[in-house]
Design a protein around this ligand. Structure first.
Ligand code: NAD
Length: 244
């Protein structure tokens, strides 16, 4: 397993789902973790369980002011920032015809603006450390079109494009930037789909099952670590073969 010894990581949406699995694994691999979320009770409980190596901060990824405080929490609390996992996201399926301006802006604010603000806020702190790793959680919905999820798909393609652009811009600072594209993963998020939709995704997945948050966390930890020192600007699918 990739060691994260001595690394300081900021994980958004860390209170549950994939973000919580990443926080657990990162601490187990030796990292100090600032886990952030808008779910305060869950976030505090997880940080309490993880002990001195973890801190929780209430942080809305769509707020530039909150980002400044989150990066400060890593720098002042743990001495710097080496890894950012832009994991927070929301999913509310709606077709082109059914997507209101309000819904479009709501999804865009968290899934796209949040990733932009995060990379912009974290890069200077990573530069000070002599480098770093940013892992942006996109989706298979950032690799293909999905009928009935127009706004979500748009944000996940945007994450993929911003990742590649930031990777080329930040390479000179030894900051690597990669996107991760999960298929159907067993987290609270997939309850927004009907059971039929989820069953259809599993049926179309060569491995014939959904993935677990822990499986995604292992990929994210690898990309965050020095084991991935020559990987930047990459898009990595973790989808049981769905996009194969
Ligand atoms: P989840 O709903 O369990 O977790 C998402 C977390 O993000 C929650 O804790 C939520 O409170 C937090 N969050 C929402 N809005 C926020 C905001 N404004 N600021 C800060 N935190 C906020 O879902 P998950 O499945 O663990 O999702 C993690 C990431 O993986 C998301 O980006 C999602 O789009 C992506 N993803 C999920 C799947 C899947 O099948 N579960 C597939 C592909 C991609």
């Amino acid at each position: 397993m990739a060691s994260l010894d001595g690394k300081v990581a900021l994980i958004t949406g860390g209170a549950r789902g994939m973000g919580a699995a990443e926080a657990r694994l990162f601490v187990a691999e030796g990292a100090k973790v600032v886990l952030t979320d808008i779910l305060e009770a869950e976030g505090r409980a997880l940080a309490g369980e993880l002990g001195a190596a973890a801190r929780f901060l209430r942080h809305d990824v769509g707020s530039a002011g909150d980002w400044a405080a989150a990066v400060r929490a890593a720098v002042e609390g743990f001495g710097g920032l080496d890894v950012l996992v832009n994991n927070a996201g929301i999913y509310q399926p709606a077709s082109l015809a059914d997507t209101s301006l309000e819904l479009f802006e709501k999804i865009w604010r968290v899934n796209q603006l949040g990733v932009f603000l995060g990379m912009q806020a974290a890069a200077p702190a990573m530069r000070t450390r002599g480098g770093g790793s940013i892992v942006n959680i996109s989706s298979i919905a950032g690799l293909r079109g999905f009928p009935g999820a127009l706004a979500y798909v748009g944000t996940k393609w945007a994450v993929r494009g911003m990742t590649k652009t930031a990777a080329t811009e930040l390479a000179a600072d030894r900051i690597r930037v990669n996107s991760v594209h999960p298929g159907l993963i067993e987290t609270p998020m997939i309850a927004a789909n009907t059971a039929e939709t989820n069953a259809a995704v599993v049926a179309g997945t060569p491995l014939k099952r959904a993935g677990t948050p822990e499986e995604v966390a292992r990929l994210v930890a690898f990309l965050a670590s020095e084991e991935a020192s020559y990987i930047t600007g990459a898009e990595v699918a973790i989808d049981g073969g769905w996009t194969a």
